[in-house]
Ligand binder design. Sequence first.
Ligand SMILES: NC(=O)c1ccc[n+]([C@@H]2O[C@H](COP(=O)([O-])OP(=O)(O)OC[C@H]3O[C@@H](n4cnc5c(N)ncnc54)[C@H](OP(=O)(O)O)[C@@H]3O)[C@@H](O)[C@H]2O)c1
Length: 278
Amino acid sequence: MIKIDANTDIYCILGFPVRHSKSPLMHNKAFEILGVNACYVAFEVRPEDLTDAIKSIRALGIKGANITIPFKEDVIPLLDSISDEARDIGAVNTIKNDDGILRGFNTDGVGFIASLKENLINPKGLKVLVLGAGGASRAIVYSLIKEGAHVYISNRTMQKAILLCNQMRQFSTSIQTLDINDTGARDTISDVSLIVNTTSLGLKPDDLLPIPITYLNKQHIVCDIIYKKTPLLKEASRLGIKTIDGSGMLLHQGVIAFEIWTGLQPPVDEMRKQLEIS
Ligand SMILES: NC(=O)c1ccc[n+]([C@@H]2O[C@H](COP(=O)([O-])OP(=O)(O)OC[C@H]3O[C@@H](n4cnc5c(N)ncnc54)[C@H](OP(=O)(O)O)[C@@H]3O)[C@@H](O)[C@H]2O)c1
């Protein structure tokens, strides 16, 4: 148990909603194991209160924060500086408070790549289909192309996929859009190695699949960044296809945030255990 006293440092996650977050469990376990006098709490912040919430990080001397839905983009103008990566992605999920100077980072993309690598998947030269063009997709697409993957982006609203693709072209030309409803799309998909669902389809057990199951084959690896076993992962597993869920990405974005805040190497396996048991 963490002993809270007058010198305890505070870290937090700001989001709306946020009560489902598993981040407090993994970070508090890391503080406990390393003997750091700190604790991590969740603050549910109404969108109209975001500016005040960020000011209070400075006023209260909160040492660091994670930012989640729906604030990852809106928080940027409220910070003193952001990393090159966060600027290129256009979103911040981690804030470090350096004596009142708030610096923003994005650890979602690198966290996703770390979760691929621990599954022995090297993105370099890999053909990847990314489903979705929202905030998480931006970080993942950026990190995949930086690692040398060839990325196809598909989205329900194809206009958003085209916009994302055009923005990311400045970092790599190995990126194109693919409308999975087009004739011929199935052939292209049969040739990719990795399919990543970044849409919110799958959060609910009765959600539709983000891609027709008939498009999947045993050469594919199917990844869903939602933490739990989604209908897509269940169907792919049933067909004998290798699957990866979003818990590795959640873990590793947190590990990298912890390193940014404290300069310490956190106990990764213990943090993973917290995510598994919760
Ligand atoms: N594992 C992790 O660490 C981690 C980190 C971040 C996010 N996530 C998860 O990733 C998911 C997406 O987050 P986000 O921040 O990217 O959200 P977001 O910015 O709101 O984007 C949502 C995406 O899902 C698509 N979508 C939503 N409803 C759909 C439907 N009924 N049919 C087809 N597509 C649909 C949207 O398409 P349109 O553009 O057409 O609306 C958009 O591409 C969430 O489930 C979140 O929990 C996981």
